[in-house]
Design a protein around this ligand. Structure first.
Ligand code: NAP
Ligand code: G3P
Length: 485
């Protein structure tokens, strides 16, 4: 019976050494739904002493796990992927309630993650090394051969955010495990219940005790403590730039993979297919109420087509269904009141600094309706800061040169989209954009999950994506054979 062990009554447990347990702190954190504020359950507030125990367990378990053949680890991951598919309705229902994600998007998050785990298992089987010959190098007088392979890093501390609790936990767990690492996962507090369900499926699939552990609790008590802990060898973090920078400062010599905030732009040129650009910008700005790192956070329009684009864009945005995630509304409540207050501040600032409000449907507590601002300039906070809500920001420019300048005028560097029917122009502009990925004729988008997802500037460090994540979660080890000359 899946999920029988993860809670008693309304109290969820944490996972250590293959066992679901209550914290000795006897403290819990209530998780309420952003949809109707109902109590969904209570999670454990794990303390620092328990963190020590979890990490020493993970450290011990890692050695044996790494000795298993990769095919055996792949078999377990494949089983986890199957179980996730089998339980997709249960997990999706949890996402709907816990993070107010629309039904179809919740199902997609689970299905996409099952695919990610299976593909990671498959990719792990191709984790081959190489043989280097020394003689081909300048003045290497002896015959030398280097056997170069990949070995696990050790204990990976995975920290995931609220907006994709399932996908962004598993995109760390799966590559870490296939590569022979053990994992201590600290999910975001809002989203933690969904993640506990996932962890149970990995156990059921056969992940041995101690290889995957999940701690829940207050970041103020265990966040820095986990990050600085001597038994952590690598930190894979997804979340805000503010927390990411703090982690980078505290981590010392640990391996780091950081996916942080974004301010993705799309540039719409004069010769673009405007209907396509409008469609992609509507879903880019408003899908999951704009709570995606890769949401379209700036629309950069050449003046000559701006009015035509805006006319179509406003009409399409006006049709979006606002409401409950279980009814599959397009725009659903934000994660909490603070997120909504932050948007209020950005909007007040835009109003005070010359931007033109084209739409602002409503605000009710943590629920914002679709909002559109035109004529946003660098005087406005909306030009610079991540809105993380259903707010479209339109910036008008005179030509392509200015478009590139404005797109690059950001502390962030995830993705930029270019809409044009001139492929040569698209490639030329792409080469000048300071981001990890350029999308031609498409909105910014992380997936498919086998594509590299590179984070530059304040958007992070490193590259994720199935093969790239496995590489990041291994280190190169060489054994050199010195042959008789
Ligand atoms: P967040 O507030 O930074 O939290 C992310 C995670 O860090 C949560 O698990 C949080 O736990 C934990 N945390 C907070 N303080 C910590 C500390 N001192 N030490 C260790 N962990 C700590 O981000 P969020 O609000 O969940 O997510 C939204 C942000 O994530 C946005 O900025 C978005 O752009 C970014 N994001 C980026 C990507 C990407 O791929 N680049 C993808 C998704 C989201 P608690 O919940 O318990 O505080
Ligand atoms: O913000 C989460 C990030 O992973 C975005 O994913 O697929 O919505 O672009 P996606």
């Amino acid at each position: 019976m899946p999920f029988a062990y993860i809670k008693e009554g309304n109290n969820y447990k944490y996972l250590v050494d293959g066992k679901w347990v209550f914290s000795s702190s006897e403290k819990t954190i209530g998780i309420n739904s952003p949809v109707d504020n109902s109590l969904l359950g209570k999670i454990q507030a794990v303390n620092q002493k328990e963190v020590d125990n979890v990490l020493s367990t993970a450290k011990k378990a890692q050695k044996k796990w790494a000795e298993l053949p990769v095919s055996a680890r792949a078999e377990i991951l494949n089983k986890a992927s199957e179980l996730l598919s089998k339980n997709k309705e249960v997990i999706a229902n949890q996402l709907i309630k816990e993070i107010a994600k629309a039904r179809s998007l919740s199902i997609t998050e689970v299905e996409r993650t099952a695919d990610l785990i299976r593909s990671t298992a498959e990719e792990g089987l191709r984790m081959n090394g190489e043989l280097l010959e020394g003689e081909c190098f300048y003045k290497c007088e002896r015959k030398k051969r280097a056997l170069v392979g990949r070995v696990p890093i050790g204990v990976v501390l995975a920290i995931s955010p609220f907006n994709y609790p399932v996908n962004l936990s598993c995109s760390k767990i799966a590559p870490a495990l296939i590569a022979g690492n053990s994992v201590v996962l600290k999910p975001s507090t809002q989203g933690a219940i969904s993640v506990l369900h996932i962890a149970e499926l990995f156990l059921e699939a056969g992940v041995p005790p101690g290889v995957l552990n999940v701690v829940t609790g207050n970041s103020s008590e265990i966040g820095d403590y986990l990050v600085k802990h001597k038994d952590v060898d690598m930190i894979a973090f997804t979340g805000s730039t503010k927390v990411g920078k703090r982690i980078a400062n505290l981590a010392g010599m640990k391996h780091l993979l950081l996916e942080l905030g974004g301010k993705d732009a799309v540039i719409v040129l004069e010769d673009a297919d405007l209907d396509l650009a409008v469609r992609e910008c509507v879903s880019g700005c408003f899908s999951y109420s704009g709570q995606r790192c890769t949401a379209v956070k700036r629309i950069i329009l050449i003046n000559s087509i701006a009015d035509k684009f805006i006319d179509k864009f406003v009409k399409e945005a006006d049709k979006l269904k606002h409401g409950k995630p279980e009814e599959d509304a397009y725009i659903t409540p934000l994660i909490n009141n603070e997120a909504a207050d932050n948007i209020q501040e950005l909007i007040d600032d835009a109003n005070n600094n010359g931007a033109k409000k084209l739409m602002c449907k409503f605000r009710e507590r943590n629920f914002w309706g679709a909002t559109i601002f035109d004529n946003v300039t660098s005087k406005c906070r909306l030009y610079h800061e991540e809105q993380f809500g259903p707010v479209a920001v339109i910036i008008r420019i005179k030509d392509e040169k200015e478009a590139i300048k404005v797109a690059n005028d950001s502390e962030y560097g995830l993705q930029t989209g270019i809409f044009t029917n001139n492929i040569n122009k698209a490639f030329d502009i792409a080469s000048k954009l300071e981001v990890g990925t350029v999308q031609i004729n498409g909105r910014s988008d992380r997936g498919p999950d086998n594509f590299p997802f590179s984070c530059i500037k304040s958007s992070g460090i490193g590259t994720q994506g199935i093969k790239y994540s496995i590489e990041a979660m291994t280190r190169i080890k060489s054994t050199v054979l010195n042959l008789p000359s």
